[in-house]
Design a protein. Structure first.
Lengths: 260, 260
């Protein structure tokens, strides 16, 4: 592919695995210089050779974000042309189980991570005059999932943030969001992840049966996507091929039930 | 920006673009050809023919095939003939871009029945029957991409274009509904929704006193009119394997108009 981003500087916030990793790899393959931030130091170290730089930090905190920003500025010598806000974690819980502390924690991870990163970098990116931000939202921003309310509310907040930032910083910084449907990553496969939750929920034995039931329950004609499907869309939106697209959200996987 | 789109993987794909003489249709037809596709150029039987011949010549100069098929998209028979002839000539249809359409500019109180019918027949009925005729060929192929050109006014309202806006909203919704029927059979329908684009037929509107100033300062965060070329990236993205998980989506290419 040629997304025409050769030589651009890109920072991926939360990219050591899953969707973020696929984004970092595609940006690199397209000739961009990529720094990846994450709190999973081991995964970062293992994959460091693939990218221009890495920074280990807890990106759900102000201190961690400040540290990451400082490292990015140090390594690149300036703000990046492309910022990918991919930080997000969903842990299922019923509405009644969601304590104030859990709501606050989810808010730090799923919304403030993006807010802080944008606040730190966007003025400099605007001064560049031709920068792009892409945020990883979720189909749940439009389609409420009772077991992931805190996560979905934050992802819906990201949509608002995207539009508001797009409006304020146009035409110098384009800001867009992707809204992936189910994507096969650790979020699904880790112990206690979505697959395990589905097995419990449906009372079935194995993961194939659980996933099949899930796909039938939700109308998902294209099945579960891969991280690369999201990366393609993210890099497209970050590229000059999308130079007139700002404030938009791009559904991946057919989000045909929800309305926003 | 360079127009070498060969990396989109569309080499030797067969694409149909309706309303390909000028403006958006012309830019898309050329963009697809630059990406390696052979293009069927559908043009209304009446009116001047020199422009479409120039588009054909430009495509052939790129070493791609181009066929002009005269088609009044408001005629269901002619739409069906367009698809049949394309299949006869090229053996298949990979990509259909429904771009043609006509719209009146009257205020609602002044809109005649004739204007209403002409708008809905050329901008809605045409799209439905083109999708249907193409899908009858694409479903047996197991694969096909349909891109309908919508409008920002299909999502947000605007004065003096009530009927047009309603047909575009219908096209957006039609595309979602068709996706539900056809996605599992490999036919993906999406929309690219531009805001008002600087083309010859829109000159009358764009040159209204004060309009440009108002639109570019109040309505368009991008601060400039959409150019036909701005739509090419989005159409190529959706036509290509990069967007194989994108279905039933309305991709706004509107410089942020619908942020408000
Ligand atoms: N997988 C899906 O089905 C799906 C669907 C829609 C949206 N998303 C979104 O995609 C994004 C990536 O998710 P994924 O599926 O790739 O998950 P993942 O678990 O594979 O990757 C998430 C990454 O974030 C990192 N991370 C988590 N907490 C962190 C913290 N406090 N500080 C720094 N790094 C942290 C992890 O180490 C990991 O590298 C998230 O924003 C998620 O909400 C995923």
């Amino acid at each position: 592919m040629d997304f025409q981003i050769r030589g651009k500087l890109a920072y991926v916030n939360a990219g050591a695995s899953g969707i973020g990793e696929a984004i970092a790899d595609l940006l690199t393959q397209e000739g961009a210089n990529v720094i990846v931030g994450d709190n999973d130091e081991q995964a970062l170290q293992e994959k460091a050779h693939r990218w221009t730089g890495i920074v280990a930090a807890d990106l759900s905190t102000a201190a961690g974000t400040n540290h990451a920003v400082a490292q990015v500025l140090r390594i690149f010598g300036r703000v990046p042309d492309i910022l990918i806000n991919n930080l997000g974690v969903g842990n299922s819980a019923s509405f009644e189980e969601l304590s104030d502390e859990r709501w606050a924690r989810s808010f730090e991870i799923n919304l403030m991570g993006c807010v802080r990163m944008c606040r730190a970098l966007i003025p400099g990116m605007a001064a560049l005059g031709d920068a792009a931000i892409v945020n990883t939202g979720s189909d749940l921003a439009k389609q409420p999932e009772p077991g992931l309310m805190d996560y979905g509310v934050c992802k819906a907040g990201l949509l608002y943030l995207t539009k508001a930032l797009a409006r304020q910083y146009a035409p110098k910084v384009r800001v867009n969001t992707v809204l992936p449907g189910p994507i096969w990553t650790r979020m699904w496969t880790r112990p206690g992840g979505i697959v395990d939750q589905l097995i419990d929920h449906y009372g079935v034995e194995d993961r194939d049966a659980a996933v099949k039931q899930f796909l039938e329950d939700r109308y998902l004609p294209l099945g579960i996507g891969q991280p690369e499907d999201v990366a393609n869309a993210v890099v497209f939106l970050a590229s000059p091929l999308a130079k007139y697209i700002t404030g938009a959200s791009l559904d991946i996987g057919g989000t045909l039930r929800g309305l926003v | 920006m360079n127009t070498d789109y060969s990396s989109f993987g569309l080499k030797d794909k067969i694409a149909i673009v309706t309303g390909a003489s000028q403006g958006i249709g012309r830019a898309i037809a050329l963009g697809l050809a630059h990406a390696g596709a052979h293009v069927v150029l559908a043009k209304h039987p009446e009116g001047r023919h020199d422009e479409i011949r120039e588009v054909k010549a430009e495509i052939e100069a790129l070493g791609r095939r181009a066929e002009i098929i005269l088609t009044d998209v408001a005629s269901v028979d002619q739409i069906r003939a367009l698809m049949e002839k394309t299949k006869e000539t090229f053996g298949r249809i990979d990509i259909l871009v429904n771009n043609a359409g006509w719209t009146g500019n009257s205020m609602a109180l002044d809109t005649t029945e004739e204007e209403f019918d002409r708008t809905t027949e050329s901008s809605l009925k045409s799209v439905f029957f083109a999708c249907q005729a193409a899908a009858r060929i694409m479903i047996p192929q197991g694969r096909g991409k349909i891109i309908n050109i919508g409008s920002n006014f299909g999502e947000v309202a605007f004065k003096s274009r009530a009927v047009y806006a309603a047909t575009k909203a219908a096209v957006h919704h039609l595309s979602r509904a068709l996706s539900l029927e056809w996605a599992s059979q490999g036919v993906l329908v999406n929309v690219v929704a531009p805001c008002i684009t600087e083309t010859a037929t829109r000159k009358v509107i764009l040159e209204r006193p004060g309009y440009k100033e108002w639109a570019t300062t109040q309505m368009l965060p991008a601060g400039r009119w959409n150019q036909p070329e701005d739509l090419v990236g989005a159409v190529l993205f959706l036509s290509s394997h990069l967007a194989d998980m994108v279905v039933g989506h309305v991709l706004m290419v509107d410089g942020g108009w619908t942020i408000h």
